[in-house]
Design a protein. Structure first.
Length: 660
């Protein structure tokens, strides 16, 4: 590459291609960035000459700066105190023992113990970016092993800060090492005190001044100034850029501007962090890896197996079930992005020479490449190697089944967060029974103790839905806005009970058509409902009569939600009076092979003569709203009919038997 512009264009093209392929393959883009760096670096295609590599590495360090800033934004003392047993017990034990083993091993083998300490620091880290993303996609963040994993990752992130201070200090002579370490820790404590104590009020007041100007451009510039300014200040004190950014994030996290700052900083963080991983890949010399293949395999296998065994043992020691301990260990056995940061620090300090750096880099890359596969197949591995896991799964399903056996015409609720709990209050007022499935063990324990019909279970698993009595249910509600999980639940629900109406919650309208095509009877977007409530309150406050506001909101909802033109009737829907009993409602009719309507069109059936109308037809999981008169029915169709109770009865007989 001859000009900087050509180099920038090449990096942008590679980044776009990598992210697209990563999304297609459901892999973290980080792995693609690493491979791009390997390909274009001075050791492979030579697109980036070695003379320019140091400049790009310095620029890429700002990616780590913004990543540490983001972690600082998430740092919350109350959250840390709630998870203190996992964070400061399990997490601290994992980091200290992982540091201790290589340090002692290097000393016993005759190598400098400082080398073992530096490698142990890099080995102790796991990938927060990869693991948290995969756990979120699998809805396991609030599971027993999910909480352990997040707790350990949190301590690892916190441990990066002192390690960034300690590793550069290790190069001092032995007689000066203690004083240098003491001085480094003293400077760190002084900087922490000044920034956290004196900076808290100053930060809040300064952000108030900037926010009052009502300029988004000024707000973003101010965030960049604070982040890079504190990073520069800590570097002047002999500490690291990343430490200053972490402290800046902590200060802003205590203000009301935290969420806005997080959104504004995200593009800079992701872009520069991608560049950081590219530069890490650029340092890998593939020819050296090929020449020293068995050493790479040894450095790959031994750390992964060591971390796996250590984390599994510690998790069991802290009271986790065998299956949960194994899942935690599988998720955290790989290397992490901060391992590269610490390795770069060790290289800059002269602790790791180039001959060892290449095999270590290759081994870390391999461990990160296998991490998504270990997590995705962790359930199968646990079921294969942990005998008690089958018993725990059976007990879980048994508990769900015992609860579900006594109910019929009930609502199965997937997710018992705030939305689910609000829904349950309405169901209880109407006397409608329900079963809620949730993956947060603490929430399930407290709700069950309070008498709620809540059990621990994964709604995305077919067995859990069957045990919850989905075949006998009158409705299924997915109360959490997770589209991939909702699609999986819809697939299982259609296979178990094709006529069952499913209501799905989403954040916005983007995935509405996908969910409806998968068989959702109704999709409720949060943004749409919040806009209606904002509009109704605004109109009332402007003096518009309440009855007119209610009428307008109802008209908008009816045009958006076809379900509001009627309702599915259950045994708990006994009418309070005759007028309510005559209200139109919805009723689902499933056509079998011998049904009269099979092979006939909607016009031929003439259901309107019976004061009933077909609002939807669901065929093989695909829902068609407002079918045309020429629609021809097939066996297996679920026909949703709107009408008064007597009309619905006549329409069902017409569809199934042809009389009336």
């Amino acid at each position: 590459m001859s000009t900087p512009l050509e180099l920038v264009l090449m990096l942008l093209a590679s980044a776009v291609l990598v992210v697209v392929l990563a999304r297609i393959l459901h892999l973290p883009p980080m792995l693609g960035y690493l491979l791009v760096g390997v390909a274009i670096g001075p050791h492979s295609l030579h697109w980036i000459p070695e003379s320019r590599e140091s400049g790009y590495i310095y620029l890429a360090e700002f990616g780590v700066v913004f990543l540490m800033f983001s972690i600082g934004l998430e740092f919350s003392l109350p959250k840390l105190l709630n998870m203190r047993r996992v964070v400061f017990g399990l997490g601290m034990g994992q980091v200290l023992l992982t540091l201790f083993a290589p340090t002692v091993g290097a000393w016993l083998l005759g190598f400098p113990w400082q080398l073992g300490f530096a490698l142990g620091g890099a080995l102790a880290m796991s990938s927060t970016a990869i693991v948290s993303k995969l756990l979120a996609e699998r809805m396991q963040l609030e599971s027993a092993h999910g909480r352990e994993i997040i707790g350990i990752l949190l301590f690892q992130d916190l441990a990066v800060v002192p390690l960034l201070i300690l590793i550069p200090a290790l190069v001092q002579p032995a007689e000066q090492l203690a004083s240098e370490l003491g001085l480094a820790l003293l400077k760190a404590a002084a900087v922490l005190f000044l920034i956290l104590v004196a900076g808290q009020k100053l930060m809040r007041g300064w952000f108030h001044i900037v926010a009052r100007r009502r300029s988004h451009e000024l707000f973003v510039l101010n965030v960049l100034l604070i982040t890079l300014g504190l990073a520069w200040a800590t570097e002047l004190a002999g500490l690291s850029l990343a430490l200053g950014a972490f402290l800046a994030g902590m200060l802003i996290s205590e203000t009301e501007y935290r969420h806005q700052v997080e959104e504004d900083i995200k593009p800079f963080r992701d872009l520069l962090l991608g560049l950081f991983f590219v530069t890490m890949g650029m340092q890998l010399d593939v020819s050296v890896v090929v020449e020293r293949f068995w050493l790479v395999m040894l450095l790959f296998a031994v750390p992964v197996l060591f971390k796996f065994a250590l984390i599994a043992a510690l998790s069991r020691l802290f009271g986790a079930a065998p299956g949960s301990a194994l899942r935690t260990a599988l998720a955290l056995a790989q290397a992490g992005e901060f391992g590269f940061v610490l390795l770069a620090q060790a290289r800059g300090a002269g602790l790791v020479d180039a001959a060892l750096l290449q095999p270590v880099l290759a081994a870390m890359l391999l461990s990160m490449l296998i991490a998504p596969f270990l997590i995705n197949y962790s359930d199968k591995l646990v079921l294969r190697f942990v005998a008690s896991e089958w018993m725990l799964r059976s007990l879980e399903l048994h508990q769900i089944a015992v609860t579900g056996m006594a109910t019929a015409k009930h609502v199965v609720l997937c997710g018992y967060g705030r939305t689910g709990q609000n829904l349950v209050r309405f169901l209880e007022q109407e006397g409608i029974s329900y079963i809620a499935l949730d993956l947060d063990p603490e929430r399930v324990r407290e709700a069950a103790a309070a008498g709620e019909t809540v059990v621990y279970g994964d709604g995305a698993r077919r067995e859990a839905l069957i045990a919850a009595g989905l075949a006998r249910a009158s409705a299924l509600v997915i109360s959490f806005p997770d589209v991939p999980a909702a699609l999986k639940i819809l697939q299982h629900a259609h296979a178990i009970n094709p006529a069952l109406p499913v209501i799905v919650r989403t954040l916005d309208d983007v995935d509405m058509e996908r969910l409806q095509a998968a068989g959702a009877a109704e999709v409720v977007p949060d943004t749409f409902e919040s806009s209606l409530m904002l509009a109704s309150h605004a109109l009332v406050l402007m003096g518009v009569p309440v009855t007119r506001v209610v009428r307008r909101v109802r008209a908008v909802r009816e045009s958006r939600y076809s379900m509001l033109r009627g309702f599915f009737h259950g045994e708990g829907d006994a009418a309070a009076d005759a007028a309510e009993h005559r209200q139109p409602r919805l009723h689902s009719v499933t056509l079998t092979q011998g049904s009269y309507a099979v092979g006939k069109t909607l016009a031929e059936l003439d259901l309107e003569a019976h004061a009933a109308a077909v609002t939807r037809v669901r065929r093989r999981g695909i829902r068609a709203g407002e079918p045309a008169p020429e629609t021809r029915f097939e066996a297996g169709d679920v026909v949703v009919v709107l009408g008064e109770p007597d009309a619905l009865e006549a329409a069902e007989i017409r569809l199934l038997q042809g009389t009336k």
